[in-house]
Write a protein that binds this ligand. Structure first.
Ligand code: F6P
Length: 359
């Protein structure tokens, strides 16, 4: 048996722990493992395919990033191909990919990725590829699994940043708006905001009203609390408005969100007269060593993915449905993106603590 492993989309702390667990579990069964570098690029001749042995995965479980590298521009069904004039044309290279995989003697693929990679894997599965997925995203927005690895590390990074913002915001009587990742789902903002005792949390699931946000800030002021920490997911947007979008993205990439923190800081300053500052936590949330929780989840996912290959669960992804690791059809996981459930006790608890969601 010869299996291959690839990591696609944005990186997340815990990817190396999945790779390590999958490789060691496969070797334990006497299988051979190949690593496809940079998403699917290795299978399209744009990067390498390397053997993954015990040596390659030694001492990597605690490291952030991915030894296989990654890209969020590697969709083989619309692969950006550079033209002689420097422009890019998107081409369907999926047949080439399948043929190259066959030529390398790959019997099955373990694809580790977020919703984009899952959708690609699903399409490859319908074209006959024997593929099993491991869900990955710091945003935690994949359905069918209670959580994805990388999320806990990102929450801890954001929470520590909020802790630090408290002291400086309080010293200066300022409002500090911090932008965290979360394109369509506000899990990082919600979890880090509650854990770090933010005063306002803005998430894509609850379009905010600027005057409500300002009123929450002024209510605190009347109580003698002169500083505020506002945590906003990058995908948060005002009622009747739109998300803040950053400049151009690269060919084959989804549009880049960003700018909500600075926009809000300016608006809050204008409306309340309070001094405001903003910061974007950005890719710090994707870096660093995975927490113990993420390492364990990633390790369980890696082992379970090899088991899923052995069981022939093609077109399935491994998932956490506490206390078990199960497999669910990718199709089911993709049916709808996971969003913050507004009836969840964490949202209700936050409201009872006086945290404003701007609604
Ligand atoms: O992993 C998902 C994500 O964290 C999103 O929240 C964010 O918009 C995106 O990655 C940014 O990715 P990149 O800057 O690598 O394109």
């Amino acid at each position: 048996m010869r299996i291959a492993i690839s990591t696609g989309g944005g990186d997340a702390p815990g990817l190396n722990a999945v790779i390590r667990a999958a490789v060691l579990t496969a070797i334990d069964r006497g299988w051979h493992v190949l690593g496809i570098k940079k998403g699917y690029a290795g299978l399209l001749g744009d990067d390498e395919v390397i053997p993954l042995t015990r040596d390659e995965v030694r001492g990597i479980g605690h490291l952030g990033g991915t030894i296989l590298r990654t890209t969020n521009r590697g969709n083989p069904f619309s692969y950006p191909v550079r033209q002689p004039d420097g422009s890019f044309v998107e081409m369907d290279r999926s047949d080439e990919l399948l043929e190259n995989a066959r030529n390398l003697g790959i019997n099955a693929l373990i694809s580790i990725g977020g919703d984009g990679s899952l959708a690609i894997a699903q399409k490859l599965a319908t074209k006959g590829m024997r593929v099993v997925c491991v869900p990955k995203t710091i945003d935690n927005d994949v359905s069918g699994t209670l959580s994805t690895f990388g999320f806990d590390t990102a929450v801890n990074t954001a929470m520590e940043a909020i802790d630090k913002l408290h002291t400086t915001a309080e010293s200066h009587d300022r409002v500090i708006v911090m932008e965290v990742m979360g394109r369509h789902a506000g899990f990082i903002a919600l979890h880090s905001g509650v854990a770090g005792a933010a005063h306002v949390i803005l998430i894509p699931e609850i379009p905010y009203d600027l005057s409500v946000v300002c009123e929450a800030i002024m209510t605190r002021e009347r109580r003698g609390r002169f500083f505020d920490v506002v945590v906003a997911a990058e995908g948060a947007y005002p009622k009747g408005g739109t998300e803040s979008v950053m400049g151009d993205s690269m060919p084959g990439q989804s549009r880049r969100l960003g700018g909500i923190a600075e926009r809000l800081a300016q608006q809050i300053q204008e409306k309340t007269g309070k001094e405001c500052r903003s910061l974007v936590l950005g890719h710090l949330q994707r870096g660093g060593m995975p927490t113990g929780y993420d390492r364990l989840l990633a390790t369980r996912f890696g082992g379970a993915a090899v088991q899923a290959v052995e069981d022939g669960k093609w077109g399935h992804m491994v998932a956490l449905q506490s206390p078990n690791i199960v497999t669910v059809p990718i199709e089911e996981a993709l049916r709808q993106p996971k969003k913050v459930d507004l009836g969840h006790d964490l949202v209700r608890t936050a409201r009872r603590l006086g945290i404003s969601f701007g609604d």
